[in-house]
Ligand binder design. Structure first.
Ligand SMILES: C[S@@+](CC[C@H](N)C(=O)[O-])C[C@H]1O[C@@H](n2cnc3c(N)ncnc32)[C@H](O)[C@@H]1O
Length: 320
């Protein structure tokens, strides 16, 4: 419960939550002031447990002493969700992103921490000196990068034994807050919409669905956390209702693409009406029988959206 409340406090994840899956750069899904604003408001932040695990790993690799400045670089920082949590742990934190709107949004929150700055730069050109960084982090971002350039720069920028961590998050799980044992019933209509729109997602999405299992990751002492462990220990949780789930699906870029080509937003709304009907008329009476609640109580029940973060971490070694 403690972990749950903590993650709620740093997570403004509401009904219009913007799912990942867009492409990036000028004209892409992640571009433009509206998307940057949605990201700022509705994207999850890496949970404290993930930041703590990364920071511990960094400390085990690079001996820290007060004389030497510690530096973390967050690549593909978006509006800063993955950058700000590093501020307590490093002397200097730099977020970089190729999107002007994201960097503008990030700069609006930069005042919160004096040791954090943001720069408009591509993942193939880190704005730091050779061997100056203790951590290079990329959260829900490196599937968009030219990996050769990103790894070349990571190698250049990291101190020996410095850490590279790449993380991402998969589809949220939906659970009844009070009756988690009934939660399986909630997933089916929601996953059906995802699979129906599957062909409208960009190909890079598959790397995320696969939790970066196929990612080339040429670093020593590699750690890989995914699946059940990610869900149990490294998820960002928030409370919503069935109506919030509906809004969340509507914000998927794949959902929007799918219905843009098939009748526009009216068709998308109709599909979501249908999904809600499945919950209202088929699922809820069954659940009501199971848990003794009224149908109305179930429709307005508090739900938890759990966003599991998977991650890989490794160290730069001299022979890299
Ligand atoms: C899904 S967002 C992730 C934002 C943030 N790291 C988070 O935890 O939510 C992906 C970000 O990667 C950025 N990005 C994509 N390709 C990039 C590149 N080649 N160089 C730098 N940033 C890039 C996008 O502009 C976008 O802001």
């Amino acid at each position: 419960m403690q972990r749950f409340l903590q993650s709620l406090s740093n997570f403004a994840y509401q009904r219009n939550y913007q799912s990942d899956m867009g492409t990036v750069g000028e004209g892409g899904w992640c571009e433009g002031p509206d998307h940057a604003a949605l990201y700022s408001l509705y994207r999850p932040s890496p949970p404290e447990a993930l930041i703590a695990r990364i920071v511990t790993y960094v400390g085990d690799g690079v001996r820290v002493n007060d004389e030497v400045e510690t530096v973390a670089l967050d690549v593909g920082c978006g509006p800063g969700q993955s950058t700000l949590p590093l501020a307590d742990h490093f002397d200097r934190v730099i977020g970089i992103d190729v999107s002007k709107s994201q960097i503008e949004a990030a700069n609006r929150i930069a005042y919160k921490r004096s040791n954090v700055s943001f720069k408009l730069v591509d993942a193939g050109q880190f704005p730091v000196d050779d061997e100056s960084c203790d951590l290079v982090l990329a959260v829900q971002a490196c599937h968009w990068f030219d990996l050769n350039g990103f790894y070349r720069e990571t190698k250049r920028a990291l101190k020996t034994n410095g850490t590279v961590a790449i993380a991402g998050y998969t589809l949220p799980k939906i659970e009844f807050m009070d009756r988690p044992e009934l939660s399986e019933l909630l997933m089916e209509p929601y996953l059906k919409v995802y699979s129906e729109t599957a062909n409208s997602w960009r190909p890079e999405r598959k790397l995320v669905d696969n939790e970066y299992a196929d990612f080339h990751f040429p670093f020593a002492h590699s750690v890989y956390v995914r699946g059940a462990e990610a869900l149990k220990n490294y998820s960002c949780d928030t409370v919503t209702t069935l109506d919030g789930v509906r809004g969340y699906l509507k914000s998927w870029s794949g959902f929007r693409t799918h219905f843009r080509e098939r009748g526009g937003s009216a068709a998308g709304e109709a599909r979501l009406d249908q999904m809600v009907e499945e919950y209202d008329w088929i699922r809820c009476p069954k659940m009501a029988r199971n848990c003794g609640a009224t149908r109305q109580e179930l429709v307005s029940a508090s739900l938890v959206l759990r966003v599991p973060y998977f991650f890989r971490m490794g160290r730069k070694q001299d022979q890299f």
